[in-house]
Design a protein around this ligand. Structure first.
Ligand code: AMP
Ligand code: MG
Length: 363
């Protein structure tokens, strides 16, 4: 397990020699965590920043143990290997199964955690990439009939779910967003005034920056995915989640073609919708909801839907009213446009050198 402490109590060190009083906000802790198949950076501020940062790490590792498809004794692996038998699941997986069922319905089937056997056939689960035959995909798609898991059932006080034989679930499109929701609670419990949490494409901009300005969240330019700090634009955010999905985040190439990891359940193939990334932004909400999880599920689903359907989805207020959580979008298209929904217009700056044109979308 990697745990790299980058810096601790920066100003405390500087000030300790001159007897000055340290403001609690001046302490900072920054740790890198390799988990959930990605590199994460957790930066917390305030007196309790070290304890808060490590508590965030514990939350992530605890979730990974329950939700990973590759750890053999995780709840998800036990459910996937159960051959139709009911399996006892922890509270987190129970909540995620119900949220995933909801997002499957609200996105017209684009978001579907039962896509797991197809994701594996393309080799994305074990990094053994290959292009499956159409016959193989057709066979597997019969197992992807929506999250048709059965449950929750109570058995001796335990919560149980079962899958049909051959079915499996993959929470890769939603787990980091759920982790971000849980991290908000950890930060609140530790009275952290501000934090910047980057869970590999899932950003939580908590509070504001130490200088009182909003956090600056770069939207990676998908066309320059291998360059760090090559942005299509920058968002200025406080108390918000910003979750990005894009084919550039995970892919392989074969026969001169690129195949990425976000699978359209209608075809079994990587989505080919004309979008190169989708960022969903939402506030932290009133508590009790799951805005980070929602952003994660919707960034994946809207990437599959494509520009027109994604914007219709954003315009349809019933989509967020039920969850009590409005959201805004940044879409980057393959033909060189960046589309920003009106709620973000004042908070988005196009990177001039990126070559993209900017369009603001109204309701
Ligand atoms: P994200 O980066 O959040 O867009 O999630 C992408 C990951 O979600 C993939 O690596 C798969 O594990 C999983 N996934 C792929 N296609 C879908 C889909 N249609 N619905 C739900 N999860 C998916
Ligand atoms: Mg997602």
């Amino acid at each position: 397990m990697k745990r790299l402490t980058v810096s601790v109590l920066l100003l405390a060190l500087l000030l300790s020699g001159c007897g000055a009083q340290m403001s609690p906000d001046e302490a900072q802790e920054s740790i890198q965590v390799i988990a959930m198949d990605t590199a994460m950076l957790i930066t917390t501020y305030g007196e309790r920043s070290p304890a808060a940062a490590y508590a965030c790490e514990d939350t992530i590792r605890d979730l990974e143990k329950q939700l990973s498809r590759t750890l053999e004794d995780s709840d998800v692996s036990r459910l996937n290997a159960s051959g139709g038998e009911p399996v006892e699941v922890g509270e987190d997986l129970g909540v995620l199964l119900e949220l995933a069922r909801y997002y499957h319905g609200s996105t017209g089937g684009a978001f579907n955690i039962a896509i797991a056997p197809v994701v594996s056939a393309w080799g994305f689960t074990e990094d053994s990439f290959r292009v499956p035959s159409q016959a193989e995909l057709d066979g597997l798609l019969e197992l992807v009939q929506g999250p048709s898991y059965i449950g929750p059932r109570s058995s001796g006080g335990a919560i149980c779910y079962s899958l049909a034989p051959g079915q499996a679930i993959d929470l890769g499109g939603i787990a980091k967003g759920y982790a971000a929701d849980k991290i908000v609670k950890v930060l609140q419990e530790h009275d952290v005034p501000r934090a910047n949490i980057n869970l590999g494409g899932n950003v939580l901009a908590y509070g504001d920056r130490p200088d009182g300005a909003p956090w600056r969240v770069g939207i990676q330019d998908p066309a320059r995915a291998d360059e760090q700090n090559a942005f299509a634009g920058v968002l200025e955010l406080t108390d918000s989640f910003a979750v990005t999905s894009g084919g550039y985040q995970r892919y392989f190439e074969e026969g001169g073609k690129r195949y990425h990891h976000i699978i359209d359940p209608a075809t079994g193939y990587p989505a080919d919708s004309g979008l190169s990334s989708v960022t969903v932004v939402a506030g932290l909400g009133e508590g009790g909801g799951f805005p980070g999880t929602m952003c994660d599920a919707y960034s994946t689903a809207l990437f599959i839907m494509g520009e027109e359907q994604a914007l219709d989805f954003w315009r349809d207020e019933t989509q967020w009213e039920e969850q009590g959580c409005p959201f805004e979008l940044v879409l980057v298209t393959e033909d060189g446009r960046v589309m920003v929904t009106e709620g973000l217009a004042d908070r988005f700056t196009l990177e001039e050198t990126s070559g993209y044109t900017l369009e603001v979308v109204s309701r």
